[in-house]
Design a protein around this ligand. Structure first.
Ligand SMILES: NC(=O)c1ccc[n+]([C@@H]2O[C@H](COP(=O)([O-])OP(=O)(O)OC[C@H]3O[C@@H](n4cnc5c(N)ncnc54)[C@H](OP(=O)(O)O)[C@@H]3O)[C@@H](O)[C@H]2O)c1
Length: 273
């Protein structure tokens, strides 16, 4: 199976990345180093995770050349606005010890004052023009919010990073984004390890001699979604990388219809459900 997909600006992104939310200190640096040495080429961080310095440290320790790997960071909600985004991004580059990132996202939209979000977007466009980020995108954007953004800009986000897993199969958002050429990047892709006992998941896992986490991640990749599972544990980092296997139609039917469906991350009043 293919390990990379191509974004709407022609840049390739790996289907698998390491998430780093709640990864701190030496645990974070070690997880990044270990992952980059064991099959991961993408690291997902954010200003709000307060671990960009550790991510930079882990990458350097891995010895991987910069151009071999894909680094994503995000402008935090607190740094929204044109000047704030540019200034905070400069610190992100410094902490990450890099001249550029591969992707920078607006972490959360401001639904009370969407103009601020548009200002942040203009800063991201500027960063891309200055080659400080190879591509730019959004996170936690609903369909109406993407529509509002697209009314104000010709630059279509390459990615919308959203919560997406077998227990939150957002078909409408996926169809909409695919139609616009926006890649969905799935966060909380193993649903924070909360549903591994689910009978349907276990059934498919047993059939393929895989774990429930691997099945959840393979389901995403089989839907052509990028997945960024977080772990600071070596064996789980390895487990989460062994996900490039085919699920057949019967498996996909089962996984596409899992109940209950539930959203785990609800912040800033963005989502109705
Ligand atoms: N854009 C956004 O607003 C947003 C929001 C949330 C997350 N994210 C990004 O997406 C990444 C992933 O999401 P997430 O961290 O919320 O959830 P997740 O990756 O679904 O789950 C992470 C949790 O599951 C555990 N885990 C991971 N793999 C496991 C396995 N194979 N077996 C058992 N337990 C396992 C981890 O513990 P251990 O570390 O102990 O293994 C951790 O507690 C984040 O780290 C972050 O980079 C972005």
């Amino acid at each position: 199976m293919k390990k990379l997909t191509t974004l709407n600006n022609g840049i390739e992104i790996p289907y698998l990345g390491l998430g780093t939310f709640l990864a701190h200190g030496d645990d974070c640096a070690h997880a990044v180093e270990f992952a980059l040495r064991h099959g991961y080429d993408l690291i997902d961080t954010a200003q709000g995770y307060r671990n960009e310095r550790q991510v930079g440290k882990g990458w350097k320790a891995s010895g991987r050349p910069r151009e071999d790997i894909f680094i994503t960071t995000k402008i935090s909600y607190g740094n929204r606005g044109y000047d704030e985004a540019l200034q905070s991004f400069a610190s992100s580059l410094e902490d990450l010890q890099t001249e550029y990132v591969d992707l920078v996202l607006i972490h959360w939209p401001d639904i009370q004052d969407f103009d601020r979000t548009i200002d942040t977007w203009h800063a991201l466009v500027e960063l891309q023009e200055q080659s400080k980020s190879r591509s730019i995108g959004v996170s936690n954007f609903t369909i109406p919010l993407i529509e509002r953004l697209l009314e104000t800009t010709d630059v279509v986000p390459v990615v919308n990073q959203v919560e997406f897993h077998t227990f939150l199969y957002q078909q409408d958002l996926l169809a909409y984004c695919q139609n616009k050429g926006i890649q969905i990047e799935a966060y909380s892709p193993v649903a924070k390890a909360r549903f591994f006992d689910h009978e349907d998941l276990r059934k498919v896992a047993q059939k393929h001699a895989k774990t429930p986490a691997q099945v959840m991640l393979a389901w995403l990749v089989n839907h052509n979604l990028v997945a960024i599972p977080k772990s600071v544990n070596e064996s789980r980092i390895l487990e989460n990388a062994d996900i490039f296997f085919e699920l057949d139609n019967e498996d996909m039917q089962i996984l596409d219809h899992i109940e209950p469906q539930t959203r785990l991350v609800k912040e800033l009043g963005v989502f109705d459900d």
